[in-house]
Design a protein. Structure first.
Length: 320
């Protein structure tokens, strides 16, 4: 009998969890009867400040298929996903959100696709962004186009973290123990044959999104710097280009002064040039700083997460 592990990161999802539990139990019961598979659900509480942990304790006590891992603080969704993947024991592992924007009803179709032997992973992508602010959708599409152009990571526009993977792929992901994690990029980087399953965007069943525009912007920068060194090349190219432009300007001023006797005038233009050059320098230093900061954090070898409480037995593979 195959076992499917379902990893569900949770951060302040008290309002949505009862709906998710009801839906995932329905899907598990149907699949167990139709496909003969067993399940384990690993809820990862990422330092929630509401009643999420109390709910997860109750779920684990009422359903033997449900377990919880509570991190000692908020480490971020990437760390929560990694914690769940490390502790998952199933032959197949699914990752999904608790707000039902990742419909559990797609799991049977995803499982059937893996049984053909043609794929090691079935991932989902939204074909619409209904209900999302237009400006946010615009920048999201720009990000996917940019990162696919400048990196080796294969990230499909509209890709969700909702996917079902075979054990071989999960082990490859867990083996990547980097501190600065960007799962969408990691999924593409490890390779393996993936079938993309499109679906219409689904609104949250309850609660509010934890992703503001600023957080998404920072997350996109992390993804770019994690899977591409193109920004460093751009900074170097910009420096060379500006040096060449400055050299041409110096030649122009010298020739103009010698031939026409025209003194160099106009401090406003000089001030603008100084400010422009200073801005470019700070931008390039900032790009270098992003990569240096990542290197600094990686060399510390700090744990990706720390478990504060769990109903699972101790595991030697734990990231704590």
């Amino acid at each position: 009998m195959n076992t499917i592990s379902i990893v569900v990161p949770c951060y302040n999802e008290e309002a949505a969890l009862p709906y998710f539990r009801r839906e995932i139990q329905r899907v598990m019961d149907e699949m167990s009867a139709a496909c003969g598979v067993s399940f384990e659900v690993l809820f990862v509480n990422d330092g929630s400040k509401d009643g999420t942990l109390e709910l997860l304790r109750r779920f684990a006590g009422e359903d033997s298929r449900m377990h919880y891992i509570s991190l000692s603080r908020n480490f971020g969704k990437e760390s929560a996903l990694y914690a769940g993947l490390q502790r998952a024991t199933g032959d197949y592992v699914a990752t999904m959100d608790a707000d039902l924007q990742d419909p559990p009803s797609l799991l049977p179709e995803m499982y059937e696709a893996l049984q053909t032997g043609e794929y090691e992973s079935v991932a989902t992508r939204r074909v619409s962004r209904k209900g999302e602010p237009p400006i946010r959708s615009f920048f999201a599409r720009c990000f996917y186009k940019l990162i696919n152009r400048i990196s080796d990571a294969d990230i499909v526009d509209g890709a969700r973290d909702f996917r079902l993977m075979k054990r071989q792929m999960v082990d490859a992901i867990v083996a990547m123990g980097e501190y600065n994690r960007f799962s969408k990029g990691i999924y593409g980087w490890v390779g393996f044959r993936t079938k993309w399953l499109p679906y219409e965007n689904v609104e949250r069943v309850a609660g509010e999104t934890k992703w503001s525009f600023w957080k998404l912007f920072i997350y996109s920068i992390q993804g770019i710097t994690a899977f591409s060194t193109a920004p460093l090349a751009i900074a170097s190219f910009t420096g060379v280009l500006l040096c060449f432009a400055a050299f041409l300007m110096v030649v122009y001023i010298i020739v103009k002064t010698l031939l026409f006797g025209d003194p160099v005038g106009g401090w406003p233009s000089l001030a603008c040039m100084v400010m422009f050059m200073g801005g470019v320098q700070l931008l390039c230093i900032g790009i270098l700083g992003q990569y240096l900061a990542k290197t600094y954090l990686e060399t510390k070898h700090r744990p990706i997460y720390i478990i504060g409480e769990t109903d699972l037995p101790a595991s030697p593979r734990s990231g704590s």
